[in-house]
Write a protein that binds this ligand. Structure first.
Ligand SMILES: [Zn+2]
Length: 209
């Protein structure tokens, strides 16, 4: 067996020993009561930015959507297969999460593909998906920081997704009613830091690290 796959199966054995033993009834409760996560995280597919690992979340705590560059498409966009929109609808209208965290990160290959064709595969689906935020190529770093253009683009894309999220009527309705809060976070891979968008200050501020 491939060592990569064997490692995953070993990992499951550890997981099982932790969560399926006589002292731990977490899964029993999650099966009998169903899932009731309070938080939806929208994260990048990047292997370095796993929201459950980054936050130390337990099973049942996070509902997670992952896609290339953690994007939220516009509410009114076309197309037929709406993976991200469907999961958003399921978690907001069905599970009634209380928070949505958009989790961006530095060194994002999806964002880099907008300006660097050599950054990785950039076929028709990638071009179509990333076209949603193609205007972030013009993003300039804020005056009070020394972000590279890539980091400025990653943060601008995060804010575009936040703006798109606010356009979903059932999101806007719940935010107005105080039942739902929206957050935009940025994981800095190089510094091991977590930043959060502070609307009052119009900038990202350190949350931890
Ligand atoms: Zn990414």
């Amino acid at each position: 067996m491939s060592p990569s796959i064997a490692k995953l199966i070993d990992g499951f054995a550890t997981f099982r020993a932790t969560y399926f033993n006589a002292d731990n009834d977490l899964f029993q409760r999650l099966v009998e009561g169903g899932q009731a996560p309070k938080v939806l995280v929208v994260a990048c597919s990047d292997s370095r930015a796993d929201p459950a690992i980054l936050t130390g979340a337990e099973p049942g705590e996070l509902f997670v959507i992952r896609n290339v560059a953690n994007l939220i498409p516009p509410y009114g966009g076309g197309g037929t297969y709406h993976g991200t929109r469907a999961a958003l609808e399921f978690s907001v209208c069905g599970l009634e999460v209380e928070h949505i965290v958009l989790l961006g990160h530095s060194r994002c290959g999806g964002i880099r593909s907008l300006t660097d064709a050599a950054a990785g595969p950039n076929g028709k689906f990638m071009r179509s998906w990333m076209g949603m935020v193609s205007d972030v190529c013009c993003a300039e770093p804020a005056a009070d920081n020394d972000d590279s253009s890539a980091r400025a683009m990653e943060k601008a894309a995060l804010l575009t997704s936040l703006a798109n999220l606010e356009e979903f009527p059932w999101v806007a309705e719940r935010v107005r009613a105080g039942a739902l809060s929206l957050h935009a976070w940025y994981f800095d891979l190089e510094q091991g830091a977590l930043l959060g968008w502070e609307p009052g200050q119009e900038r990202f501020v350190p949350l931890a690290g």
